[in-house]
Design a protein. Structure first.
Length: 571
């Protein structure tokens, strides 16, 4: 665990992407199996330790630490893992032994953790015995083997056997919330650097591999053959678009680029090969179980790229529903027939990667588009249609269309170079996205809460509101959203200072700040859209809100009214 804890600690304190990559590749090179494989699984979100929940950790620490003291500590530190790691009082051994000479002994194995309560020490060396800390592999394998009833005792013994950095790493590991600034793609890039491969090669073999990834590391180190995907219908790395900037406008002509609408759904890749059907998210997760109605309708042979939407067939075409309808299907591991019938999913296809058994990614987009049209035309299930091309003569025509799209589910335009192959990643030039300008509203800061990870010392999560008529006359603020990004580090420091100086009430970790017509902080909030919501007191929910600007110049009384948001929804 020591090496893993040191890796996490250094990653969270390293802002540079290249420096993070070097830390990761060095760790993968120097750490033996299976530790590095389980570390990779934790970093990529592929490690699931279902038996350990934050509530269980809180219960364990409550048995040893005064709950009021822990509450104050958690409020000050702002991070659950760090708080428990620092306040956890290890049990003292009644017969401590001196540490061995010449360094630590080998740590206990997975078998050493087994046995539960029937062993006095639970298989762990007593505190002060001098025996080394457990390895990451031993910890993970013990947790995976433990039953739900054995989990709390096992975690407690592990916390006793580790020092503060080790306890912090353990809690991060078991809860799955690393928050260290490392994405799954960055970890895969580190693997590519380790083995001298392209990241696309890593992603193509990723699906079907399982922790601790011994065949993968053997291939990267030249000790084994390239792993073959364990299942048919593998995931292919997706192609992403660059934002269109003003200097790129001159490139956009009908001869060079095709234009399509940018649909506000979720990116999916539908694959049907030799009867094996899979529906992947953009990160390679198979989401077919959450969308069985769409998975059953993938009757094409090959692999197509597109957007998953909710909609219904009307007049021979599929009409897309709103994003709020799509949200009824999201974040579900499974779906009931009632929900599937009320919010039927379909796929709006815009590219083809495999046509039949032929990989066509190297073909220019013009040829792939023709193949896609023929492929979709052969589908008889009625759940796959084509993303239509948008005709234009000049980029000025596109600018007008971008500002007035025909459907609310459209969030802008996609521009694709006719001669471009389908390349994994985000190459500059072949694909551009030209999103609509976001909506903005001036709102008043009402509540603030500490962030996590590197922001655990700052109040960085903000709830804001707008004015509405009060029942007894006058106006009152009502919350309409919450945002935790969009501001610079300097602005974060300014807001944090304001929160600390203007706190008027506390609700656990949440601080209420002054927000009257005369006193308070106005935030210019940018957002992608609004929808009705019965779960919010205002009746409105914002889509992707972020802080666009601090309006120190504006008194709270001049912030927006809820009528402006109601008008936006009506429009």
């Amino acid at each position: 665990m020591e090496a893993f804890a040191d890796l996490l600690d250094r990653l969270v304190l390293t802002p540079s992407r290249n420096a993070k990559l070097k830390l990761l590749s060095d760790y993968f090179r120097d750490t033996p199996d299976p530790d590095r494989g389980y570390a990779l699984a934790a970093l990529t979100g592929a490690l699931s330790l279902r038996g350990v929940k934050p509530a269980m950790l809180r219960a364990l620490v409550a048995e040893r630490v005064d709950p009021v003291l822990f509450g104050y500590s958690y409020d000050y530190v702002g991070d659950l893992a760090e708080t428990i790691a620092l306040v956890w009082p290890a049990k003292a051994s009644p017969h401590p032994d001196p540490p061995p000479r010449g360094g630590r002994e080998k740590g206990p194995s997975a078998e050493d953790f087994a046995g539960g309560s029937e062993k006095e020490s639970g298989g762990l060396p007593p505190a002060g015995s001098g025996q080394g800390t457990p390895s990451l592999g031993a910890v993970v394998e013990a947790l995976l083997a433990a039953s739900r009833s054995e989990g709390p005792g096992l975690v407690e013994r592990l916390l006793d056997s580790l020092d503060a950095p080790g306890r912090w790493a353990l809690i991060k590991l078991v809860t799955g919330g690393l928050r260290i600034g490392v994405s799954a793609r960055l970890a895969k890039q580190a693997l590519a650097d380790l083995g001298g491969k392209e990241i696309g090669e890593i992603e193509e073999v990723w699906h079907g591999l399982a922790p601790p990834y011994r065949p993968l590391f053997a291939w990267l180190e030249g000790r084994g053959a390239r792993p073959e995907a364990a299942a048919r219908a593998p995931f292919r790395p997706v192609m992403l678009a660059q934002p269109l900037e003003e200097r790129d406008l001159g490139l956009v002509t009908p001869e060079a680029y095709a234009a399509e609408w940018k649909w506000d759904g979720i990116r999916v890749q539908a694959v049907n090969e030799a009867g094996t059907v899979r529906l992947y998210s953009r990160t390679g997760e198979d989401v077919a179980a959450a969308f069985p109605d769409l998975a059953a309708a993938i009757d094409i042979e090959g692999a197509i790229d597109g957007e998953l939407l909710v909609g219904r067939a009307e007049g021979g075409r599929i009409v897309a529903g709103s994003f709020s309808e799509l949200q009824q299907r999201l974040n579900r591991k499974s779906v009931t027939p009632k929900v599937a019938a009320a919010y039927p999913a379909f796929m709006r296809a815009y590219d083809v990667l495999v046509d039949g058994g032929e990989d066509v990614r190297a073909l220019p987009f013009r040829d792939r588009r023709a193949r896609l049209e023929a492929l979709v035309a052969r589908s008889l299930a009625g759940r796959i249609d084509l993303s239509p091309l948008v005709a234009f003569a000049t980029v000025e025509d596109l600018a007008v269309l971008r500002g007035r799209p025909p459907e609310p589910i459209i969030e802008g335009l996609m521009l694709k170079r006719w001669d471009a192959p389908y390349e994994a990643g985000r190459p500059k030039g072949p694909w551009f996205k030209w999103k609509r300008d976001p909506h903005t509203v001036d709102a008043v800061l009402m509540y603030a809460q500490r962030g996590h990870g590197k922001r655990s010392s700052y109040y960085s999560d903000y709830t804001f509101g707008v004015w509405r008529p009060a029942e007894g006359g006058g106006e009152e603020l009502v919350p309409v959203g919450k945002a935790y990004f969009g501001f610079t580090d300097a602005e974060l420091a300014e807001i944090d200072r304001f929160v600390r100086k203007n706190t008027v009430n506390r609700f656990g970790p949440v601080r209420e700040v002054v927000h009257t017509a005369r006193d308070g902080l106005v935030l210019e909030v940018a957002f992608e859209g609004l929808q009705r919501s019965g779960r919010h007191r205002s009746g409105i929910a914002m889509r992707f809100p972020r802080i666009a600007r601090l309006r120190w110049d504006k008194p709270p009384a001049e912030a927006d009214r809820i009528a402006a948001l109601e008008a936006l929804i009506a429009g």
